[in-house]
Design a protein around this ligand. Structure first.
Ligand SMILES: Nc1ncnc2c1ncn2[C@@H]1O[C@H](COP(=O)(O)OP(=O)(O)O)[C@@H](O)[C@H]1O
Ligand SMILES: [Mg+2]
Length: 333
């Protein structure tokens, strides 16, 4: 289901198995970023398309990033619909190049952040490069490590984006810096140590975002977190937008399962039942996440039936009853 050349195949956010390569000095691009990805890319396009039930977030994020890399776009829009609307445009152009995707686990934050570059590339007809920086597998906690890492990441992003900048209108390309699992930015605060280092990391991040904004380079930062409250308020304030990701509701669960279970011959009534059984079963209990459906339930149905039985509704009900939804990621611990 994934592109053969780019297959994250993660089961949780923490099992990407990246090499934790970092030297004390002379950090190279390869040390900083994993799997830099160029868009447009067919694999990313498919993954983006497969994210269902979050169309609003998809289109809002694509537009926001598109405007950052192509300020000529809104100008052309204004000329057509609101000639002379310079104040309106100014407010749009001054938005900081940072968006935060926050919310429960398995709700598509990483998937959207990793693939939205493709939608931007297609919409603006430019090349977009993703620089994914994973804080979880880096920054071992040595004093100064996080700061150095972040500064180097922003330096590289700035440098790459500056090369794509054009004096007027549309850039030749764009760079997206992805800071996934950004809770790690403030990790040290929770462990009660290195308060100072923690602050320094946050400051390096803020400085980085501000530099990208000042230089007006075609670059944007996407930050993902399971816990918005772990993100420093000063960082949150800089976000042009904060997207709130939640567990799928009935409509969204239906959107995920209808096509695949339809392939297995499920009737509308069967699907209604699966939607109900994968939702919250009691007040206060969570239902299935998107990834519980796509990475656990659907593969389980296939493997259970394989190799000599078909998937049946009755067996599906049993299997669902035996599965527990991923516990909610509590934002208050
Ligand atoms: N809106 C969605 N529609 C379909 N599948 C989804 C959706 N959101 C998440 N998924 C599935 O869940 C998996 C995990 O999503 P991910 O983006 O890693 O979650 P997180 O929010 O924890 O970063 C994805 O690879 C995808 O298969
Ligand atoms: Mg994630």
């Amino acid at each position: 289901m994934m592109s053969p050349t780019y297959s994250p195949g993660r089961t949780t956010d923490h099992t990407t198995g990246r090499a934790a390569a970092h030297s004390t000095d002379g950090v190279t691009l390869d040390d900083l970023f994993d799997r830099r990805l160029e868009f447009p890319d067919m694999g990313a396009s498919r993954r983006f398309t497969r994210l269902v039930g979050i169309d609003e977030a998809k289109s809002r994020l694509t537009k926001l990033l598109g405007i950052l890399v192509n300020p000529a776009g809104p100008k052309a829009w204004a000329a057509r619909h609101h000639p002379g609307a310079s104040l309106l445009l100014d407010y749009v152009e001054r938005r900081p190049p940072l968006v935060i995707l926050a919310g429960d686990v398995g709700t598509g934050k990483t998937e959207l952040a990793e693939t939205v570059g493709d939608a931007v590339a297609r919409q603006e007809d430019i090349a977009v490069t993703l620089f994914p920086l994973s804080l979880a597998t880096r920054g071992s906690g040595k004093v100064g490590e996080m700061t150095r890492l972040l500064s180097a990441a922003f330096d590289s992003t700035l440098e790459a984006a500056a090369r794509l900048q054009r004096s007027s209108g549309k850039a030749a390309g764009a760079v997206i810096l992805l800071v996934d699992e950004a809770d790690a930015l403030t990790q040290s605060r929770e462990s009660g140590q290195m308060h100072h280092e923690d602050r320094a990391g946050v400051n390096a991040f803020i400085r980085g975002v501000d530099r990208l904004a000042e230089k007006r380079v075609p670059a944007a930062v996407i930050m993902c977190t399971n816990r918005l409250s772990a993100i420093d308020p000063a960082v949150q304030r800089r976000a042009a937008d904060i997207f709130d990701f939640r567990r799928p509701n009935d409509v969204q669960r239906r959107a995920v399962i209808t096509a695949p279970l339809g392939e297995a011959g499920f009737t509308t009534n069967d699907i209604d039942n699966v939607v109900q059984l994968t939702g919250s079963q009691k007040p206060g209990e969570v239902g299935f996440t998107f990834s519980d459906l796509t990475q656990r339930l659907l593969p389980t149905l296939v493997l259970d039936a394989y190799p000599d039985r078909p998937i049946t509704f009755a067996r599906t009900v049993q299997l669902i009853r035996g599965m527990k939804p991923t516990p909610a990621f509590r934002d208050d611990v």
